[in-house]
Design a protein around this ligand. Structure first.
Ligand code: 9RB
Ligand code: ZN
Length: 380
């Protein structure tokens, strides 16, 4: 182990590759609407499985500590979701053709609820391993994703909010007082915002493409309620931004907010759908951008919370590019190199997004005001 190398947990389960997203592409297939069935839904699990296979084939896995997923219990999930919602998901999972998390574009197959419990449980196991010191950091390559799932309804391919389940475990079971969530998936982290809106113990920060999904949330003005006032931070970014705007946002808003809040654990709902080849967004982050973002968060975690950080897989829909973005992220987390670099850099490297444009700087500067509203509960 070199000096930079950290004990890094890694979690994947074969069943995460069995998530059944149905025969639609993003909308359900429909003869009347001209929507032809397709073998690969935009969120088909093969994209995530390809990241796992690159972790294996590159031998990066030799530097990682594998953590086993176990299903979350109903009580684990009930810390953040209404029991009526859990009952509905359980009931629909028992139907011959499964059900939908809530918005009509988030189908799951028969037994799909078991995969959702396994994803939430994977988030808990990775968090547990970091908190008990088994590993320094962890990457949980879990599926289905979770960050759009609200207390009473799932949406955006998400059934249970895996990150929120892990945060609630850290607070209620492991006894932590302060957990920060830094959601860099290109879509708004509306789920944790809904679940922890009134909590002063969770600082929920979401960086996302403005009005990408959900189109009606993720604005700077949404800032938390009651005891949670000031503890929901949204940094909406204009389309077209790449490495530069994400780095600027982390350095000028996210990390200063973390320094004030002083979390004991940082959870990173980590999508690669801000990637330059993603079909569901219009941002331009390259693999080296995700590597740099990882470095910034890990360095902040080292300064603030003894390096305790857990990355939890969310979106990312380019089967071509997600594996390279994920490999760069996990390499940087572990402080090792697999010897493989971004195979697409000859194509995507020259496409821009690495200079900070004026309107991008202005969008981030507008969110700086949020840092002043953060407080650390311990200092109240
Ligand atoms: C449409 C709807 C979606 C749903 C999910 C995503 C991405 C999620 C993700 C994007 C668009 C609804 C087309 C609802 O990656 N999160 O990280 N669109 N959903 N209604 N309709 C008509
Ligand atoms: Zn996303």
């Amino acid at each position: 182990m070199s000096d930079d190398e950290k004990r890094t947990g890694y979690l994947w389960n074969t069943l995460y590759g069995w998530v059944d997203t149905g025969s639609g592409g993003l909308m359900p297939s429909s003869v009347a609407h001209g929507l032809q069935p397709i073998s690969h839904h935009v969120a088909h699990p093969d994209t995530k499985r390809r990241l796992h296979e690159l972790v294996m084939s590159s031998r990066l896995i030799d530097h990682l500590v594998q953590i086993d997923a176990v299903p979350a219990t109903r009580a684990d999930v009930a810390r953040v979701h209404d029991t009526a919602y859990i009952d509905r998901i359980d009931a629909e999972g028992a139907l011959p053709k499964g059900g939908d998390a809530g918005d009509g574009v988030s189908p799951f197959g028969q037994g799909g609820e078991q995969l959702a419990y396994l994803a939430a449980g994977g988030a808990i196991e990775a968090t547990k391993a970091v908190l008990d010191g088994t590993v320094d950091r962890a990457y949980a390559l879990i599926n289905p994703p979770g960050h759009h799932a609200e207390r009473a309804v799932g949406r955006g391919f998400c059934i249970f909010n895996n990150t929120a389940v892990a945060a609630a475990y850290a607070l209620d079971v492991a006894g932590l007082d302060r957990v920060a969530i830094v959601d860099w998936d290109v879509h708004h982290g509306n789920g944790a915002q809904d679940i922890f809106a009134e909590s002063s113990q969770v600082l929920n920060i979401s960086l996302h493409q403005n009005r990408c999904f959900p189109a009606d949330s993720g604005f700077i003005e949404e800032n938390g309620f009651g005891e949670g006032a000031g503890h929901s931070l949204n940094i909406p970014l204009p389309p077209g931004g790449g490495n530069a705007v994400y780095e600027y946002a982390l350095e000028s808003v996210v990390i200063p907010a973390l320094e004030v809040f002083r979390p004991q654990l940082i959870l990173v709902p980590c999508g690669f759908d801000a990637g330059i080849m993603d079909p569901l967004s219009r941002m331009m982050v390259r693999a080296d951008g995700f590597r740099r973002m990882t470095r910034l968060i890990v360095d902040a975690a080292e300064r603030i919370c003894g390096g305790k950080v857990v990355f939890l897989q969310e979106g990312g829909y380019s089967p071509y590019y997600v594996p390279f973005c994920g490999l760069a992220t996990i390499e940087e987390l572990a402080g090792v190199s697999s010897g493989l670099s971004d195979a697409y850099s000859p194509i995507v490297g020259a496409m821009g997004g690495d200079e900070l444009l004026d309107h991008e700087r202005e969008a981030v500067d507008a969110a700086k005001v949020l840092v002043r509203r953060v407080s650390s509960p311990a200092t109240n």
